[in-house]
Design a protein around this ligand. Structure first.
Ligand code: ZN
Length: 276
């Protein structure tokens, strides 16, 4: 695929255009479920067994330069019902509170294909879906992905939906780091899954990174300690070094499930906070 395809739909600020100024974006966290409680050992690998910690479930919205990019799709209403997911509101409903119509969204980045990040993909029927090829091939083609511990963290409906997308022009399989719009770059960041991608975003405060479940909570980054769900610990350590080097500060490196993203940032609507 050529650059023309990657930048499809953007009429302004194409990098080749004269007088090009790197755009800046704002990032919103949209809570679609939670809080859920578990042992702290879920959030801090092999530690904090006796504590009880809370986590929320989010998707993110990057806005600016006339673009709206959604990061992850959350959980579909059907799967939320099946899992009896506490505090669930459809991601489409949460997006409508900041005037984003899920059905009209043009770009969705999937960080990884766990059920809580990818099962809402059918809520975005017109979007181009950007996912790492390594991640996509693993979940759809590797027989290891059908074994119990992997089946436990994904769901069949998402996989069927994602498999069908390959026959359309709505799926973009990325091979490593790739900018998808000026100032928005997908970064290959394995460790939590075989092909997780983080998203580096140019903002008024510098480069912010949506790390998704590279870390579940800010504390993972602060203490250089992963959460429990890791498929490759060495890979995770390298990924963390890479993301830390790219983010303008550690405060601009955002985790996947921290309740602080909901509680410690300015609310712009119910369940929606502006991270930067
Ligand atoms: Zn997650």
């Amino acid at each position: 695929m050529g650059m023309g395809d990657l930048y499809r739909g953007s009429d302004h600020n194409y990098p080749g255009r004269r007088g090009f100024v790197m755009p800046e974006y704002e990032i919103y966290a949209l809570k679609y479920a939670g809080p859920l409680r578990s042992s702290g050992a879920f959030l801090m690998w092999l530690r904090d067994w006796d504590t009880v910690e809370e986590r929320n479930y989010y998707i993110w919205c990057i806005k600016g330069n006339g673009e709206t990019v959604i990061v992850d799709t959350g959980v579909s209403p059907d799967l939320a019902r099946e899992k009896d997911l506490a505090g669930y509101v459809s991601p489409a409903e949460v997006l409508s509170r900041i005037d984003v119509e899920a059905e009209e969204v043009r770009r969705v980045i999937l960080t990884h294909i766990h059920w809580d990040h990818a099962s809402g993909t059918s809520l975005f029927p017109k979007a181009m879906i950007y996912v790492q090829e390594r991640e996509y091939r693993f979940w759809l083609e590797d027989r290891i992905a059908k074994r119990p511990p992997f089946k436990y963290v994904t769901d069949e409906t998402s996989l069927t939906h994602l498999a069908a997308l390959e026959k359309t022009d709505r799926l973009v399989l990325l091979k490593g780091d790739q900018e998808i719009l000026p100032g928005i770059e997908c970064l290959f960041a394995p460790g939590h899954t075989v092909g997780l991608q983080a998203v580096a975003v140019k903002t008024a405060k510098g480069t912010a990174i949506l790390g998704s479940d590279c870390a579940h909570v800010f504390k993972n980054y602060r203490e250089d300690w992963p959460s429990a769900l890791i498929v490759d610990l060495v890979g995770w350590m390298r990924t963390y070094e890479k993301l830390r080097a790219r983010a303008s500060s550690i405060e601009l490196l955002f985790p996947g499930h921290d309740v602080l993203m909901h509680e410690h940032y300015p609310a712009v609507a119910e369940g929606v906070t502006r991270l930067v």
